[in-house]
Write a protein that binds this ligand. Structure first.
Ligand code: AMP
Ligand code: MG
Length: 497
């Protein structure tokens, strides 16, 4: 830690705190005994106009741990409800997160700065308000990897250890993550007021979301229906982008779905190794509700819950409101399919849509599924198979089925010819969308085990370094590209409590 640096200044400009009192509870973080810095995200700090060196100083770490409040912060826990695994809880809320305030970044974007794991709030119910070190490290790595992959996500500004233990299966070190989001308003925030039949609050919330996230809608005729449409579109695009990289969110409850269209709440999330549309990692998702291939359907289900809350705003005539909302929701499958296909086409090097592209994608996925081929490696190694000149040895090992692969490659190469670009350009394209380094589950578990059992953060730094440049193959990082050995496979991750 650097000393002799003045208190970091946070240029807060808060807006959510101007909403009525029933939207949140004012609550300060509970101090921890001995905070120590794990990481400050220098690039994100710069984007927010924060001084990263000051954040890493002793005074900065006190703030990142919640021991000291930055000037201009107005700490609150946000109220929200949510459907969890299909069942409705009318009151959830920030039980272990405290929003410090909002900052307008150098890019002009307004973002929330929130401490996660900062102590109990009026919404904690029986929880301790804390976060264990493991989930803090997982969220830091996976959220920053998602950002590097170009997928909308909440970000991680910093992580600290608390010096205190939290009690889960046994005592484990605690941590606090500083989370940054375009907004922390969720589908569940709307459900909170709908459950209370508080139409005035719903209108204020919707107007707040429009002015903050969808300002173009302010002039539109039915702005609330248009809001639903925008959220549906962003969610369709988001879930498609998850499928493109083999990401499984793991706990797509409505309280974990942001109306800003960012990936939020990295609990039992995972990247798939062997391709299997039924893949599930969450230890509590017994029925496969949130399996890889089920994510589009669940997103649409969640959006229907959002639509229900907006009905009284959309039209005073309930039948008309339902008709309008249903029409918007019904477009989700089509929107999702379009994003899914264009992204999958790009993954096999196809930029100009042609008939039959979808079938090529489906056939490749069929081969991968039959072989249990590693999702990330298969797409990454396509670049070597663009030309017939070289034997695609890695692909052959991954797919096994030599005849099936040869037939597919032949059809694919014929289709690639229509792109009318050089082999080098095709390879560059393929490698620019198919990552080589992703935060694989076994690597994340290894990082957590080293940090929790003997305070070793070197594996954390090394994995982070690899996944922050996911598309650039760099020497010495072979182990971060490899699929897990059978002994290394992680079958489930536990909820981020
Ligand atoms: P999650 O599964 O992390 O999305 O959390 C679901 C709900 O449980 C939210 O209302 C959280 O604030 C709350 N929650 C999760 N963990 C804790 C905890 N350790 N203490 C208090 N509340 C918690
Ligand atoms: Mg949550």
């Amino acid at each position: 830690m650097t000393s002799g640096v003045s208190d970091p200044a946070f240029p807060f400009d808060n807006s959510y705190q101007r909403l009525p009192d029933r939207f949140f509870a004012r609550i300060k973080p509970t101090p921890v005994s001995q905070p120590q810095l794990i990481k400050v995200n220098v690039g994100l700090a710069e984007l927010l106009g924060l001084d990263a060196t000051a954040l890493a100083s002793e005074a900065g770490v006190q703030m990142l741990a919640g021991n000291r409040l930055p000037a201009g912060s107005e700490p609150i826990a946000m109220a929200y409800a949510g459907h969890q695994f299909g069942g409705f809880s009318p009151q959830l809320g920030d039980g272990r997160a405290i929003l410090l305030g909002e900052i307008v970044g150098r890019d002009g974007v307004r973002r929330d700065v929130q401490l996660k794991g900062s102590g109990p709030t009026p919404f904690s119910r029986r929880g301790d308000g804390r976060a264990a070190l493991g989930p803090v490290l997982r969220e830091y790595i996976v959220s920053e990897a998602m950002a590097a992959l170009g997928i909308p996500t909440t970000r991680s500004l910093a992580a600290v250890t608390t010096g205190d233990y939290v009690f889960r299966e046994g005592p484990i070190p605690g941590g606090v993550l500083t989370r940054v989001a375009a907004s922390h308003i969720r589908v569940g925030t709307f459900e909170y007021f709908a459950a209370r039949e508080d139409v005035e609050a719903l209108r204020l919330l919707a107007d707040h979301v429009i002015s903050r996230l969808y300002p173009d809608l302010e002039q539109v005729d039915n702005r609330y229906l248009a809001l639903l449409e925008q959220v549906v579109q962003r969610q369709a695009q988001l879930v498609a982008s998850w499928l493109h990289i083999g990401f499984i969110h793991g706990v797509m409850n409505t309280d974990n779905m942001s109306v800003a269209g960012e990936t939020i709440d990295y609990g039992p999330c995972a990247f798939m190794d062997a391709f299997d549309p039924k893949a599930v990692f969450s230890s509590i998702d017994q029925g496969g509700r949130y399996a890889y291939g089920n994510q589009p359907a669940i997103a649409q289900w969640n959006l229907a819950r959002l639509a229900e809350t907006l009905l009284p705003l959309i039209d005073a005539d309930q039948q008309a409101a339902i008709a309008g909302a249903t029409k918007v929701l019904d477009r989700f499958p089509e929107e999702f399919a379009a994003h899914y296909l264009s992204g999958m086409s790009r993954k096999i090097g196809l930029m100009q849509p042609h008939e039959g592209d979808g079938a090529l994608v489906t056939q490749l996925l069929g081969l991968m599924r039959a072989a249990g081929a590693d999702f990330t490696l298969t797409f990454r190694h396509l670049a070597e198979a663009v030309s017939e000149a070289v034997e695609p040895i890695v692909l052959q090992q991954l797919i096994g089925n030599e005849e099936g692969l040869a037939a597919w490659l032949q059809a694919w190469r014929a289709r690639l010819a229509l792109e009318a670009v050089s082999v080098e350009e095709l390879q560059r394209r393929l490698r620019s969308v198919n990552p080589i380094y992703i935060p694989r589950n076994h690597l994340v578990e290894e990082v957590i085990a080293a940090a929790v059992s003997h305070g070793d953060l070197q594996p954390f730094e090394a994995l982070l370094d690899a996944v922050l440049q996911p598309f650039d193959e760099r020497p010495g990082r072979e182990r971060y590209a490899a699929a897990p050995t059978p002994e290394q496979i992680v079958h489930e991750t536990f909820c981020g409590t």
